[in-house]
Design a protein around this ligand. Sequence first.
Ligand SMILES: *Cc1c(COP(=O)(O)O)cnc(C)c1O
Length: 353
Amino acid sequence: MSVLDLARPEIRTLQPYSSARMEAEGAQIMLNANESAWPPAGDAGLGCNRYPDPQPGGLLQALATLYGVRSEQLFVGRGSDEAIDLLVRAFCGAGQDAILIQPPTFGMYAVCARIQNANIVEVPLADDFSLDIERLVGAVTPAVKLVFLCTPNNPSGKSIARTDIEYLAKALVGRAVLVVDEAYIEFSDQQSAVDLINTYDHVAVLRTLSKAWALAGARIGSLLASPDVIALIRRIMPPYPLPLPCVSAAMSELSASGQAAARDNIAIVREQREIMRAALARLSGIREVLPSDANFLAVRFDDAGTVYQRLLKAGIVVRDIRRYPNLKDALRITIGTPEENARVLTVLGGEKP
Ligand SMILES: *Cc1c(COP(=O)(O)O)cnc(C)c1O
């Protein structure tokens, strides 16, 4: 059995759009795409008068090296959000198939499923935000085509143990695609699940340049999976998902000096996370600071609504996560610069008696 047997049959046989850029490799005079022959003002050599390569070779290679995969195991799109959307569209037939998620977790899995009219099977996390593996496996009905795991999880910050991910990969063979979202893994000590894609064609990993790599504004995210899944996703991607200025920004960040700077910032975030965790835990009005492997802390307050407003009045916006199950008293605070973090502590004030 191939993982493609889990995909929508009409997507497997779809004749993809053949873009002008794909058909015109290496030509000197390009008159096939109705582009302007002249670069725009301020182009700085980018060549923005031309449509971009849908999957630029240089960027694919740089990301493949960064993540330790081959470029045919990698799709790059407009953030991992786009990869989530394309996975749901490729694998979930509207009104019949389903995804499985574990609330409280990242909201886009459910949003993409609703847009596709796929059902959502929920297996809530335990009170300590750990996975109930046996319940999860038991909830995988034949309709479930995608199981999303978020590690470290947003918004709890907790990681899923490698042994659990491997157990699930084995348990889901021939049943569903296991999608491991590692948006925050650079901030954790966890090993990536990416090596599993060499063993299992139904395991996929999501990575992004939006968090640790400082490129949220460029919208560059990757799906790492078997060449079969990647080829399927490329059949349904938009014709030109990656704007040239964004590709250029990503290539700069992935240069040796760009990577060194990003790694310095990751080290600062990890250090600040522990400083903030300890300092927040000492403040009055704070019930609990959840341990986090990511670049944020979920914090329980006696009165989260009032704290949210007090921070807002001081010009600091944090994420109100009280709508999530099991986090009805919590705010999510991103780790900023040391100065920004100190400001948060000052505004929250007052140590416990
Ligand atoms: C931020 C985030 C993403 C989205 O990343 P983009 O690459 O910017 O689309 C994906 N998953 C999780 C869990 C996130 O928190």
